[in-house]
Design a protein around this ligand. Sequence first.
Ligand SMILES: [Cu+2]
Length: 169
Amino acid sequence: MKHLSKLAGLFLLAFLVSCGGKEEKKEKDGFQYDRTKKTESSTSSDSNDIVLVSDDLMKFNKAEIKVKAGKKVKLTLKHIGKLDKKIMGHNFVLLAEGVDLVDFATEAATARDNEYIPENSSDVIAHTKLIGGGETDVIEFDAPAPGVYEFICSFPGHYGLMQGKFIVE
Ligand SMILES: [Cu+2]
């Protein structure tokens, strides 16, 4: 009898171990949800010619833009979606150094009559106009001093997904 209960104990142990193993596997599978997919980053070239693409999924195709200091930047913003700019409008807004992204975006969201750019704001280095699906806007501006800046789309609610680093080197 004693022997039998020992056997049962072993069986129970084996059962527990196998369950534990299953759980571990489950956890491993969970990592597939990890959104580490790298966003395409721009290749820095001498021309400072940047093409930034946006879409109906509220995304920019770049999380990082690199330019050379002391040169003009030509930035082309494309919207390859179909939705109207009133629904899925996008712009590119380059924020001055030290500007709080969330504070700025919150203020910008109230500036509907000015395409979500706060008027007379010193927080903005450069920006495109607001565009809808199928539209393109091109701007040129002097690259600011070397450093890391932030860019966003200031359409209400978009900055969470539509933001990135603008690196001047
Ligand atoms: Cu947007």
